[in-house]
Design a protein around this ligand. Structure first.
Ligand SMILES: [Zn+2]
Length: 327
């Protein structure tokens, strides 16, 4: 029993800008959580050595008798089925056998899934989706991710990449996406997409108060505040973003008929400022049978926590032999 209480797992959520991780005990308590810059433009080996040495040091500092039984990771373009990270658009890492490389350094099993799937698992277990059997988690960060939760579990699909909603085409011939396609939802609804839109709106509305802020310093909070003051550039920006997001959501509703979309991270903090126009657009693009059937909600999980807890849920499943890995 003494050793049992010293069991722990690590949950890691790799984001385009920062990577968050947490060390979690058997009762689901986060013993420690931290964030490090991802630096996706540097070689993967930099991230691998930096993150593992820091996390192992923290486990040791907590209590040298803690034993890390498994690591769960939410990874952009991560594939649960083969443990690979497949050339994610916002990184220079190409294809990486990320699970086995981390496993060597951690000296325990490492399980990965798409970062949005990890957020969906956290949401289903600890967040606002506990009552839903059918929902879609939309993660808003550097890009737009989605985790499809259908009939009580995450959908992986034949390739393991089901749920790439960020690359639904919402505008034929639209903005060029790093994935090679153009007009992808992610190019309009993500940090980079919304910053591009606000830039265009600020040119059309030179009187906007946001023009008084150096563009590189401009963030979502500034846009929210300007929106609340009826600033035309901010209102137009969220109106356009909501229009595009609504189109993308309607496509997903036609295929999966979820009860809810849950928005997590980044610009989801805009809440109703963005979701009101999103809902209008979604309903406008839906068949009558779906209109009014879908709720839009903002996650109540602290940013970073949801995906970490979802990843640790997977790690416990591996540690306790409830799932077997092929890698
Ligand atoms: Zn794309």
């Amino acid at each position: 029993m003494e050793n049992y209480s010293k069991d722990c797992v690590v949950g890691i959520d790799i984001g385009g800008t920062n990577t968050k991780y947490g060390i979690v005990n058997r009762s689901g308590k986060i013993l420690l959580s931290r964030s490090i810059p991802t630096k996706g433009h540097l070689p993967f080996s930099d991230f691998l050595s930096r993150s593992t040495s820091e996390i192992k040091q923290h486990i040791n500092n907590l209590d040298s008798s803690y034993e890390c039984l498994a690591v769960g990771m939410g990874v952009p373009d991560g594939n649960f089925l083969n443990g690979m990270m497949h050339d994610p658009p916002n990184f220079s890492w190409s294809n990486v056998p990320i699970a086995s490389l981390f496993s060597e350094l951690f000296e325990c099993p490492v399980v990965i899934t798409n970062d949005a799937n990890a957020a969906a698992m956290g949401e289903a277990r600890y967040g606002v989706a506990q009552k839903y059997d059918h929902f879609i988690e939309i993660t808003l960060g550097t890009g737009l991710g989605s985790g499809l939760y259908v009939d009580g579990s995450v959908v992986l699909g034949h390739s393991g990449h089901a749920g790439e909603m960020g690359h639904i085409i919402v505008e034929q011939g639209g903005r060029q996406c790093e994935c090679g396609l153009s007009g992808c939802l992610e190019m309009y609804v993500s940090n980079k997409g919304i910053m591009e839109t606000i830039k265009e709106c600020l040119i059309r509305h030179p009187e906007s108060s946001l023009n008084g802020i150096i563009f590189g310093d401009l963030n979502g909070k500034h846009i929210d505040d300007a929106f609340d003051n009826s600033d035309k550039a901010a209102v137009e920006c969220y109106q356009y973003t909501g229009e595009m997001l609504g189109k993308g959501l309607a496509t997903a509703v036609s295929i999966l008929s979820p009860e809810a979309f849950i928005f997590y991270g980044g610009f989801s903090n805009a809440g109703e400022r963005l979701l009101a126009s999103t809902k209008n657009s979604m309903n406008k693009h839906l068949m009558d049978v779906f209109k009014g059937t879908v709720t839009l909600k903002v996650s109540n999980m602290k940013e970073g926590t949801g995906a970490i807890l979802g990843a640790t849920a997977l790690a416990w499943d591996v540690a306790d032999d409830r799932i077997k890995l092929n890698y």
